[in-house]
Design a protein around this ligand. Structure first.
Ligand SMILES: Cc1cc2nc3c(=O)[nH]c(=O)nc-3n(C[C@H](O)[C@H](O)[C@H](O)COP(=O)(O)OP(=O)(O)OC[C@H]3O[C@@H](n4cnc5c(N)ncnc54)[C@H](O)[C@@H]3O)c2cc1C
Length: 579
């Protein structure tokens, strides 16, 4: 059984929906399949809080946005990609306004912008602190206008179909029925989001298991810069729920156990009256998370049942500002911590938040495989380098989602239709999945136990600080887990809404990503951005001003190669925030 479209898009978050609209606008005759393992509005984009960056203020410029992004990324960004990004971001955000996104405004009616970490000017557009919800809703509603888009909601893509070196569809499983279909297309766009669930403590929704990265990697597309995993400095202990950077942008402070604003000791500036954008609590995320580890080592954090924490103090902002600008922060603190930030200190600790790495693409989302495109968090166009600046990701989904959609549409208009061999691949995959479901009953291994072991290994060896010895040991352990996961028991052999089966497929992909993270981290013998090696504490531009590419070997393990960074106008320099 198979259905056929012109363009298949996997993922219906910010990037996938933007790509679908771009295809429909580029050529209304092209039929689009929009495949998503959850209903589109449940994609992780919905939970974005703080905002989306795009230079519009009178005192701002595209070059300043570019420079902040490049220095924030510790010079690992491709500068041609950043230049395209900063130029197109304001246009995309304005387009969203025209489609109905309710951006927060100044009293005079102008779109309001707020400060954000590592951004030296105010340039983050926001819709209170529910930006992702409004952005995703706007895209979703807009996508409904186009009859050429057919949605496959709650369909899980298990494999890419590659015919004679060209990607021309996916095999997908309908969760409700267990039906397995081949969905063919002349181009495929992967927009499946990040994979923070490889780690145990993360802001990422349970669906963020990096599936699309694994699909592309298995099909032969390399993954880029996987060692760069971002910790956000302010997650709620236990749940990992994010307290947005907007809380600090509006004036929140981070305090240690003595009530002291400890960030002034870390070369991030000193407390000053008025809004000082370049310092302290508004430093970049990598530096703030590293500072937390040092405070903990000095015994200056606060003990909690879920490990050490520091305090986020919003009390001085007052109830009016908190309710107007940070209503969701108040809601989350009340519901999940029984704390009211208007009157009480909020316990926070660093939490895995974002993957800078992903499927290697060019500026149009094209991957190494003909017909395959990627956009959003699953892709690595290289605008985030070694450390993403907060609020650059939503506009990245828009800018590069649109570009990937346009490029996929152009490719689909010219490429020849998939050959008959595609059917056989679909049948193979169907057989594999069906056999897999019935033969797995007798293994002593459980999916949840293996997942927990993987997560613990990654937290131990690939957290905020890393070293060569522990990374080396982890490579063997992860390989063993990958092999065991292939046969781990699945007790539920039913077809309808078999979540255990899906968890098994997700785990297999996550283990491949985990190996890519650890191998890439091991090979990068320097410290840069979010990758800090205690055995190589300095940045080494001579050897490592280069991307890591992870290629899948026939035995399933990664091989790492290097790719030069594109420098256009900003030669590598020092990252300065304190002065
Ligand atoms: C709590 C939180 C707050 C954030 N706040 C901000 C912010 O304020 N500003 C900012 O710029 N960034 C923020 N980010 C980051 C940003 O929201 C994400 O990077 C971005 O939204 C990712 O969008 P996406 O379209 O790439 O993926 P997602 O929105 O994660 O969507 C992925 C899609 O892929 C589908 N999918 C995945 N696997 C499969 C499969 N196997 N088969 C079929 N479908 C599949 C899913 O169903 C989903 O539709 C935040 C992130 C988090 C977690």
């Amino acid at each position: 059984m198979s259905v056929s479209h012109d363009v298949v898009i996997v993922g219906a978050g910010g990037a996938g929906l933007r790509a679908a609209i771009a295809v429909a606008e580029t050529d209304p005759r092209l039929s689009v399949a929009l495949v998503s393992k959850v209903y589109p509005m449940r994609s992780h984009t919905v939970s974005a809080e703080g905002g989306a960056a795009g230079a519009i203020a009178a005192d701002d410029s595209l070059d300043e946005h570019a420079y902040d992004t490049i220095s924030g990324g510790d010079w690992l960004c491709d500068q041609d990609a950043v230049e395209a990004f900063v130029a197109e971001a304001p246009r995309e955000l304005l387009r969203l306004e025209h489609w109905g996104c309710p951006w927060s405004r100044e009293p005079d009616g102008h779109v309001a912008v707020r400060a954000f970490g590592g951004m030296k000017k105010k340039r983050t557009w926001f819709a209170a602190d529910k930006t992702g919800f409004h952005l995703l809703h706007t895209l979703f509603q807009t996508s409904l206008k186009y009859p050429s888009i057919t949605r496959y909601d709650e369909w899980y893509a298990t494999r890419l179909i590659v015919d004679d070196g060209r990607v021309c569809g996916v095999v997908a499983l309908e969760l409700m029925s267990g039906l397995i279909e081949t969905i063919t297309g002349r181009s495929v766009v992967i927009a499946t989001g990040g994979g923070g669930r490889v780690f145990p403590f993360t802001t990422n929704a349970a669906i963020k298991t990096g599936d699309g990265m694994a699909l592309a990697y298995r099909a032969g597309a390399p993954l880029k810069d996987m060692e760069f995993v971002q910790y956000h400095p302010t997650g709620l202990p236990f749940t990992g729920i994010l307290i947005t950077e907007a809380a600090r942008a509006e004036g929140g402070w981070l305090l240690n156990k003595d009530g002291y604003r400890y960030l002034q000791d870390y070369d991030l500036g000193r407390p000053a009256p008025g809004p000082v954008l370049r310092s302290m609590e508004l430093g970049p995320r990598d530096r703030l998370s590293q500072a937390f580890v040092h405070e903990a080592a000095k015994g200056r954090t606060i003990g909690s049942p879920y490990g050490p924490v520091v305090h986020l103090d919003l009390r001085h902002l007052g109830e009016k500002v908190i309710d107007a600008k940070l209503p969701m922060v108040r809601e989350l603190c009340r519901d999940y911590e029984r704390i009211d930030p208007v009157h009480e200190l909020v316990p926070v600790r660093p939490v895995v938040h974002y993957m800078m790495g992903g499927v290697h693409t060019d500026l149009d989302g094209a991957t190494a495989l003909a017909g395959l495109y990627a956009a959003g968090e699953t892709a690595c166009v290289s605008i985030n380098g070694a450390n993403r600046l907060g609020s650059n990701s939503l506009p990245e989904c828009l800018v590069f989602g649109a570009r990937a959609g346009q490029a996929a549409a152009r490719h689909a208009a010219e490429a020849r239709p998939p050959s008959a061999a595609v059917e056989a691949q679909g049948d193979d995959e169907r057989r594999r999945l069906d056999e897999d479901l019935v033969r797995r009953g007798d293994s002593p291994d459980r999916i949840s136990a293996l997942r927990r072991q993987m997560q613990e290994i990654l937290e131990d060896v690939a957290g905020i600080y890393r070293d060569g010895d522990s990374l080396t040991k982890a490579t063997d352990k992860l390989r063993e887990l990958r092999e065991r996961a292939a046969t781990a028991a699945i007790d539920d052999t039913s077809r309808r809404f078999n979540t255990e089966r899906i968890a098994g497929l997700e785990l297999a992909g996550m283990l491949e990503l985990a190996e890519c993270i650890v191998h890439s981290a091991l090979r990068r013998e320097e410290s840069r951005g979010a990758h800090q090696r205690t055995d190589f504490p300095r940045r080494d531009d001579r050897k490592f001003l280069a991307h890591s590419l992870a290629h899948r070997e026939p035995d399933g393990s990664p091989r790492i190669s290097r790719l030069p960074v594109t420098i256009t106008r900003w030669p590598p320099g020092e990252r300065v925030y304190g002065r």
